[in-house]
Structure formats: C-alpha cells, structure tokens
Write a protein that binds this ligand. Structure first.
Ligand code: HEM
Length: 369
C-alpha cells in the first residue's frame, strides 16, 4: 500500500489512509488544513448529552486554543523537569519488582507493564495511594475493546466506558476543588490554580494524562521485552553491549504503540496527487510511516542499535507527545532494573495476543530466574 497507493480512499470506511512517512508528517504539521478537532463539521450545538461538561483538551484542539491548553503544563514535561522525577520512578520500579516472584512464571503485562505507568502518573497527579487500583480499573475500562462484534458486547463496553469516564470525572472534580489555593507541586494543584483553564478543561486535562500516558507506555514496555526476546538481544541489552536507549527507540519504531492517528481536512487540499475534500477524515498510519523504506534502511528488520532513528511514534508538530521524555525515561529505568533483577526472563512468545488498535500484547508470560 505504501508504494502502490500511498494516499488511498477506503470506500468501506469512507476515509483516507496515508502510509508514507513524508505524507504523514506533512499532515501532522499542517494543522490549518488538517484539524485535530474530531467534532469538525459536526453539529456543535448537539452537546454531550450527559451531566459532564464538554471536556475540551489539547489533543483535539488546534492552535491558538491548543497553545493555551498545553502552555500551562509544557515546562513540567521538558527533559530537565522530567529528570527530577527520576529517583521517584526508580523507587516505584524497585518496589514493583520486589513484589514479583523470584522464580516461576508471572504475567509481565498484568504485573509490571500495566501497573508501572499507572503508578507513575498517579504520583505526578498526586493521587492518594488508596485510589491507585481504582485508577487502573478506570484506565482499562476507557480503552477496552469489545471481545466480539455482537451489538450486546459493543454496548456493554460502551456502557463501561461511560461509567468509568463519569466516575473519573467526578473524582478529579473533587480533587481539583480541594486543591484550589494549595501550594503542592503535583499536576492537579497546578491545573487547579492556573487561570488558563476553565473547570471542564481542568478535568479534561487530568483525564487526558491518565488516558494518553498509560496504555501507550504499557505497550512500549511489553513490546520492548517481546522484541528483545524475539530477536535474542535481551542479554546484550542487559550487559550494555547494545545501548538500551537506542534499543528503546527501535522498539518505538518497529512496534509503534500507537499505530494510527486521525485528522479531518478543513478545506479541499491535494495530498500526494490525491484530492482530499473539506470534511474528509484522514487516517495517518504511524506504524507504516515508521517502516517507510525511503527513510529507514532495512525497515522490516529490528536493529536495536539503529542510529539515527527518525521515527514518529510520538507524532510530530504541535501535538508532539507531551509525555515523550517521561515515557522514554520510564522505559529506560524500568528495563534497566528489570534486566538487572532477573538473570533470565524467558518470555513465552508462543502465546502472543496482539491488541489491534493500539499495538501491544494482552499478556506475556515470563519464566524468571
Ligand atoms: C500526544 C504517543 C506516552 C501524554 C501523543 C501523540 C502520540 C503519542 C503519537 C500525538 C497525538 C496526535 O497528534 O493526535 C505516545 C506514546 C507513548 C506516550 C507512544 C509511550 C510510549 C505519554 C505519556 C504521557 C502522554 C507518558 C503523559 C504523561 C500525551 C499528551 C498528548 C500526547 C497530553 C497530547 C499533546 C498535544 O495535543 O499537544 N502521544 N505517548 N503520552 N501524549 Fe503521548
């Protein structure tokens, strides 16, 4: 597809698919012609239909509004600021590892790669310890996919998502109100006291962090162990023979945790010789772009020492992932301590269960020593 129809209209889904690296990047950078606002063209007076205020967040907003919604927190995610969290992330990783069995089998996904990102975000937001399990449950419910395509199952998942969203929204609203005027350095206190956001936007910000930062980082950790084991480089990463940070970048390229993003054309525009019309939905395949042979040598090969590695697994343009530095640091610390902790991991690669829309695994049994 990338070679034969790099920009392709899918009649069934009634939307465009974009596969080439340069085209994907172009659309992401051209926020005038391609909006991130999912409601673009829809009847905006329709409202959300429930008791929650409309939760506008940076991820579905274009500049200049986008800059207001992101600007107040941007500094807190820059490399220097993120490095200050390092000791805490190390501590949380060690605690989690100490709870794992020293011998026998455990599920890497359930017992390590899901809980760690939840604990880290909960810490950044300043969520009390006794609500962290609840957090994990909300976060899972929000990204759950139907197990089959019967309408009962689809409706069940939708109801669960709505429930989780409401409960989480109410909980954040309470914490935001409690922390108004406070001087803590957690992100809820920061959001509660910024004049840049209104009440609904503050709640939306908290929910976005939880949503955007959890499953993605979970999948990065899982995909890293899967890729290291499948390509026989776990020991080389452990000993430092293969640079851990380069290897993480290659995992992001080779098994991008977010496979696709969507934009809507705001006007008629030409894209790689195709006429895209105002209102058309465009799916940007990050996973395909990150394997574009025009950009990457031997793109289908996992090369843990690939350098330079210009993957766009964190997106690009104004919506470039706010948490990219945090996710990289978390993965670096987690893999370092994990490989140090276990002499052998022996992941059972036969039981892979790929998740379709986000790229990860539902479980990854590991036999450790
Ligand atoms: C945006 C990927 C981890 C917070 C994005 C986007 C991508 C992405 C592709 C662009 C979305 C778009 O253009 O529509 C990832 C991956 C991660 C990760 C692969 C882990 C490996 C995190 C973490 C956080 C986070 C840990 C928060 C703590 C955000 C936010 C945005 C975003 C807030 C929206 C930025 C904006 O609209 O300006 N992420 N992310 N992400 N990410 Fe991440």
């Amino acid at each position: 597809m990338r070679r034969e129809a790099p920009v392709h209209f899918d009649e069934q889904r009634e939307m465009w698919d974009v596969f080439r690296y340069e085209d994907v990047k172009h659309v992401l950078k051209d926020h005038d012609a391609f909006t991130a606002n999912r409601a673009f063209g829809a009847d905006e007076s329709a409202g959300s239909g429930d008791d929650m205020p409309m939760l506008q967040t940076m991820i579905t907003t274009d500049p200049p509004e986008h800059d207001r919604l992101r600007g107040f927190v941007n500094d807190r995610f820059q490399p220097g600021a993120v490095r200050e969290y390092q000791p805490q992330v190390e501590e949380m990783t060690k605690n989690l590892l100490n709870d794992l069995p020293d011998e026998g089998t455990f599920d890497f996904v359930d017992e390590f790669s899901i809980p760690l990102p939840v604990i880290v975000i909960a810490e950044l937001l300043g969520i009390p310890d006794d609500r962290r399990d609840q957090f994990r449950e909300w976060s899972n419910a929000l990204v759950a996919r139907p197990e089959d395509d019967t309408s009962e199952e689809i409706q069940r998942v939708q109801r669960e998502q709505e429930r989780a969203q409401k409960e989480m929204g109410r909980y954040f609203a309470t914490l935001l109100a409690e922390r108004q005027g406070g001087n803590g350095d957690d992100l809820i206190t920061l959001a509660a006291n910024t004049e840049a956001l209104n009440r609904g936007e503050r709640i939306g910000f908290c929910m976005l962090l939880l949503l955007a930062g959890n499953i993605t980082t979970t999948n990065l950790l899982t995909n890293a162990i899967w890729a290291f084991e499948a390509h026989g480089v776990t020991d080389a990463v452990r000993t430092g023979e293969v640079d851990r940070q380069l290897a993480i970048e290659e995992v992001l390229r080779y098994r991008s945790p977010i496979q696709s993003l969507k934009r809507i054309a705001t006007k008629d525009v030409e894209l790689n010789n195709q006429q895209v019309q105002a209102g058309d939905v465009v799916t940007l395949w990050l996973g395909a772009a990150n394997r574009d042979p025009e950009i990457f040598d031997a793109p289908e090969t996992f090369r843990p020492e690939r350098h330079p590695n210009r993957h766009i697994a964190f997106g690009t343009g104004v919506h470039f992932c706010l948490g990219a530095h945090l996710a990289r640091m978390e993965a670096d610390i987690a893999l370092n301590y994990l490989l140090e902790h276990f002499e052998r991991l022996d992941a059972d690669l036969s039981e892979l269960q790929p998740l379709n829309f986000l790229h990860g695994l539902e479980s990854l049994p590991c036999e450790v020593r």
